[in-house]
Ligand binder design. Structure first.
Ligand code: FAD
Ligand code: EGU
Length: 481
């Protein structure tokens, strides 16, 4: 096409740290394939030079949806080669026992990425420019003019055909949406905060097994640990803010860890623990939902700007990446007509982003209400067994969310149906097949002499008796009506 028939269109991305990579790439892709677009990206700071952002975790789990988005723009291999594959969780019980639970089938892994390690080559495309140290102050919904504050203190006004707002959970772009009629918005802080601690390498090697997500579930609070490329682990402790306030001295920290995470004290180091625990205050977690995601044919929200979710499903960045992927798909379908693409993007994407926000919140509630290591193991066992018997009918929610591109809201629908079955099965297990006792709030299940918590996946699966099969089929019939 020549510029006579199609004048060049300017696309602006504002902000964008994590999903930045894809929005930039999406614009690049447009620019490359269709010479009609030029893309300019403006952000507050240079992520290539930024030091670790205060209190922000440096590692992020990248799963199928995020990878598909990267693949679409030809960056999957570069990024994936820099990730640490995690194939299982490792559940740490209070008594120090460790039980692995695989994420999925063989080859289904979640990749752990370093937040600041994402190389990007946007600037190699002549149609794409990156500007750093630009802060968006305001923009006009009538004209699409944006006012930026530059590092040198000067203000600058810029016009764009399309503004892509990727400026995070406290989006400045979104502020203009709030003044519009029929714009829905909600923001919820959860009572928990998180705090990060570093577990150093031992003799140059990882202190624990590296290809696992280590979890210490302890009812109202929990800790997880994720491996980094430099052989350290980042441990994240989740706890209600009230309880953080109860721990005020180094000795209380040790006492607390001695009681709940004794196995981690020698690995983190008592002195480091006393010091690092107070280095930063606990960080808050927010969930933001809104709709629509577009404003006329001028502006569109993506990533955390459209939907900040609590981090209990490890999907925030993946959902943001998928936003870009879906947007690009719709651009193709509707011939890049912004006045049609933007409403369609809202129509398709809002239900899915709201679904993952709800799922993340559900997991937060679920994990702290009645999760201890045995219950966690048991749940996964039931899910996986059902999946093994009927791989196409019953897909564990986790698998749908993490290893497929089944739309988030469809995954929720399927899961509600499966949940009826699951609960019936819990009931049967509880009533008939196991002698169960409740001790110190923990559900302990025994079947004959075999303790449930023993972690031999294969043996457990094959030991499903005829009676259990029958009950399962009955449950299916009942739930299907
Ligand atoms: P951000 O990463 O927040 O980037 C926004 C950018 O906009 C920033 O660089 C900011 O400087 C810039 N900006 C803001 N205002 C302006 C302005 N006025 N002008 C110019 N620029 C501006 N997700 C996963 O998928 N997997 C995980 O394992 C995972 N773990 C997480 C753990 C924690 C503790 C938290 C809090 C989140 C986690 N997430 C995870 C979620 C993930 O971090 C976010 O979803 C993702 O970073 C969002 O990317 P974004 O580009 O939309 O926004
Ligand atoms: C990083 C920092 C286990 C929270 C969620 C699993 C991460 C998270 C889980 C952070 C958990 C929790 C999943 C991943 C991940 C699990 C996941 C990375 C949560 C459901 C606030 N979550 N992260 N789920 O299944 O899908 O293993 O700090 F303990 S990675 Cl909370 Cl896969």
């Amino acid at each position: 096409h020549t510029n006579y028939t199609h004048p060049q269109k300017k696309t602006f991305c504002v902000g964008g740290n994590t999903i930045h990579l894809v929005t930039v790439s999406s614009c690049m892709r447009l620019a490359r394939h269709r010479s009609r677009y030029s893309a300019i990206v403006r952000c507050l700071m240079d992520i290539r030079e930024a030091k670790i952002v205060k209190g922000r975790s440096i590692n992020l789990a990248l799963s199928h949806r995020g990878r598909q988005a990267l693949k679409q723009v030809g960056m999957e291999d570069t990024i994936v080669s820099k990730g640490i594959p995690m194939h299982s969780r490792m559940i740490h019980s209070l008594n120090g026992t460790q039980s692995p639970i695989p994420y999925g089938k063989k080859g289904q892994v979640t990749l752990l990425m370093q937040r600041l390690d994402t190389p990007h080559s946007a600037e190699t495309y002549s149609t794409t420019k990156l500007n750093f140290a630009h802060k968006l102050l305001n923009w006009s919904t009538e004209t699409g003019a944006m006012t930026f504050l530059r590092a040198d203190g000067a203000k600058e006004e810029i016009q764009a055909d399309l503004i892509v707002g990727c400026d995070g959970a406290f989006s400045a772009i979104r502020k203009q949406f709030l003044r519009q009629s029929r714009f829905n918005f909600s923001q919820t802080y959860i009572p928990h905060g998180y705090l990060e601690l570093t577990m150093p390498p031992i003799n140059g090697e990882f202190a624990m097994k590296p290809n696992y997500l280590h979890i210490w579930p302890r009812n109202t609070f929990m800790m997880i640990a994720l491996p980094n490329l430099d052989k350290t682990f980042t441990c994240t402790l989740f706890m209600p803010f009230d309880e953080f306030e109860n721990v005020t001295t180094g000795d209380q920290v040790i006492e607390f860890f001695q009681k709940y995470f004794p196995d981690t004290i020698p690995l983190i180091g008592a002195d480091a623990l006393k010091r690092d625990y107070f280095r930063l205050p606990a960080q808050a977690m927010v969930s933001v939902k809104c709709s629509p995601y577009h404003l006329s044919d001028k502006c569109v929200l993506m990533g955390d700007a459209a939907h900040a979710v609590v981090p209990f499903y490890g999907q925030g960045m993946n959902a943001g990446f998928e936003d870009c992927l879906v947007f690009n798909e719709i651009m193709d379908q509707l011939n890049e007509d912004f006045s049609a693409v933007l409403p369609e993007y809202t129509r398709v994407r809002v239900p899915d982003d709201h679904a993952i926000a709800d799922l993340a919140m559900y997991n937060y509630v679920e994990m702290r209400s009645h999760v201890n290591s045995k219950w966690f193991l048991f749940r996964k066992y039931v899910d996986n067994t059902l999946h093994m018997i009927m791989p196409r009918t019953v897909i564990p929610l986790y698998t749908m969310v993490t290893f497929t591109r089944i739309r988030y809201h469809e995954a929720v629908k399927r899961w509600h149906w499966q949940d009826k079955v699951r609960h019936y099965i819990y009931y049967c297990f509880y009533q008939n097949l196991f002698k169960s006792k409740v001790r110190k709030g923990e559900l302990i299940l025994t079947r004959g002499t075999q303790r449930f918590s023993s972690c031999n996946q294969k043996r457990r699966c094959s030991s499903l008796s005829d009676k259990e099969m029958l009950i399962w089929w009955l449950a299916m019939m009942i739930c299907r009506g």
